[in-house]
Design a protein around this ligand. Structure first.
Ligand SMILES: *[C@@H]1O[C@H](CO)[C@@H](O)[C@H](O)[C@H]1NC(C)=O
Ligand SMILES: *[C@@H]1O[C@H](CO)[C@@H](O)[C@H](O)[C@H]1NC(C)=O
Ligand SMILES: *[C@@H]1O[C@H](CO)[C@@H](O)[C@H](O)[C@H]1NC(C)=O
Length: 451
């Protein structure tokens, strides 16, 4: 018998939801044909311009109107012309003309389709789900009107049948782990099992069930596999299961996950494996001072520093620096909270545990004060931002080294000039984002400390 997994169930529900929302749209379309004037909430519009948006201008009945196909550029609409539903129509009060372009959704969809080729396709994300739903919606739109109105009784019956066939998450986990544990299972099958597990363990309960069923040793075996695809997928499952899940964090440390992750990190050759292992490691260490202490005492920072030195591209460097920043600022926040927070025994224990993580001394010893500034030379604003934040967090330990680092002073100076120029041109174009102002503030703060 074929089972329908929760994921299938979810897609089915989404489909019926889209069906309903479409029916509602058919009705509103008929009752309100006119333009609705709304405040301009879109910052890209000019000052004082009033924008009229009408998502429901249509269509089939208005046969004597000429339909204009919008593009991504604004076009002026002549009297007697109309546009397809979902177009973005604005009324320019200065010229009195109506203008049209592709609706925001379509515009996003269009640009995403084009970007898709160079973006990593490795992980399933929310945008992909939205796109998949959009495709489904478009397919539904093509169906005949009759099929849109399936009798409710029929739908209910189908759903009741599905309900009986539904496998619970616990049953699915049991089945997947049994398959994983079987010597018969091929590598390809293991990869698809791991993919399903990764989906399931985002739910806190499922991740804990995976642990209580004895699944962790199986995942850790996968990390130690000689096939890099199995290593990558296993690290991904582990990282997702560990994310904001203290129960799993403790179980993982008990099962030796820290040691396995560090070994894999030191020996893996593929960058994609290292990326996922760093993800799992960061998830294991987050808000878990016990694991952080063992990470430091087991040479974790040494392994990270070798990884940092070997990484030319900057992707791994950024992740490493972000991890350091997170650990430093976590510790900082805990000790600050101690000054004014209520007396809470678990708080004192946490302060005590964090005090055992001797991060600062290690940062100084292992040369991080001179390594992190190198990330400023990256071409990515985002990487530089991470570097600046980490540099500020490390300042109490590293200040003397920063002061004697001429390259750092030079980088800060030239970045500041560059960002001020960007801010200037943004101001002229009227599209200030605030992001570059923030970067300049970080640079300023660092320069003040270094004086
Ligand atoms: C392995 O597969 C064979 C059939 O291909 C089956 O008879 C056997 O029970 C399987 N063994 C395990 C451990 O699943
Ligand atoms: C895997 O199989 C062994 C015996 O072959 C068993 O002891 C262990 O509990 C199984 N692990 C899981 C997660 O099912
Ligand atoms: C990982 O694999 C190596 C051999 O490839 C083995 O010696 C080692 O014990 C394994 N470690 C774990 C944790 O399974």
């Amino acid at each position: 018998m074929k089972y329908i997994t929760t994921r299938g169930w979810f897609l089915l529900l989404s489909a019926s939801f889209l069906l309903c929302s479409h029916v509602v749209r058919v009705y509103t379309q008929k009752s309100e044909g006119a333009l609705t004037v709304v405040e301009n909430t879109d910052d890209k519009g000019g000052e004082g311009e009033v924008v009229a948006e009408d998502e429901e201008v249509v269509t089939v009945e208005d046969e004597d109107l000429e339909v204009v196909q919008p593009t991504e550029e604004w076009q002026t609409l002549k009297p007697g012309q109309t546009v397809p539903a979902g177009s973005h129509v604005r009324l320019n009060l200065q010229t009195g003309e109506r203008e049209v372009r592709l609706g925001e959704e379509k515009l996003k969809y269009w640009t995403q389709e084009h970007r898709e080729t160079d973006e990593s396709k490795s992980s399933f994300n929310f945008d992909e789900l939205k796109r998949a739903m959009k495709k489904m919606k478009e397919e539904l739109n093509l169906e005949s009107l009759a099929s849109r109105f399936r009798p409710l009784e029929e739908l209910k019956k189908d759903m009741a049948e599905l309900d009986l066939l539904m496998e619970t998450d616990v049953q699915i986990l049991r089945r997947l782990l049994d398959q994983m544990n079987s010597t018969n299972t091929t590598t390809e099958q293991r990869l698809s099992i791991l993919l399903e597990l990764e989906y399931l363990v985002h739910q806190v309960d499922n991740a804990q069930t995976l642990c209580s069923m004895g699944g962790l040793p199986l995942i850790l075996d996968g990390l130690n596999s000689s096939d890099f695809r199995l290593q990558e997928s296993s690290a991904f499952v582990l990282g997702s299961a560990l994310s904001t899940n203290p129960v799993v964090q403790v179980k993982a440390v008990e099962n030796g996950a820290l040691q396995t992750l560090l070994t894999t990190l030191a020996t893996a050759e593929s960058v994609s494996v290292k990326k996922k292992v760093l993800f799992a490691l960061a998830s294991l260490l987050r808000h878990f001072p016990f694991a952080q202490r063992h990470f430091v005492t087991h040479g974790g920072l040494q392994i990270l520093s070798e990884l940092f030195k070997a990484d030319g591209g900057g992707v791994l460097r950024t992740r490493i620096v972000t991890m350091l920043y997170d650990m430093i600022s976590e510790k900082e926040l805990i000790s600050q909270a101690g000054l004014d927070s209520v007396q809470d025994p678990s708080h004192e224990e946490r302060v005590h545990q964090y005090s055992q993580v001797s991060l600062q001394g290690e940062l100084l010893e292992k040369g991080w004060c001179s390594m992190v500034p190198q990330l400023l030379q990256s071409a990515e604003h985002d990487y530089r931002e991470k570097a600046l934040r980490a540099l500020l967090a490390m300042a109490p330990v590293c200040l003397d080294q920063y002061r004697s680092n001429a390259a750092l002073a030079g980088s800060l100076h030239s970045l500041r000039l560059q960002y001020q120029e960007i801010i200037q041109s943004e101001m002229i174009l009227g599209e200030e984002s605030g992001y570059f102002t923030e970067l300049v503030e970080l640079i300023d703060a660092l320069q003040v400390k270094m004086q």
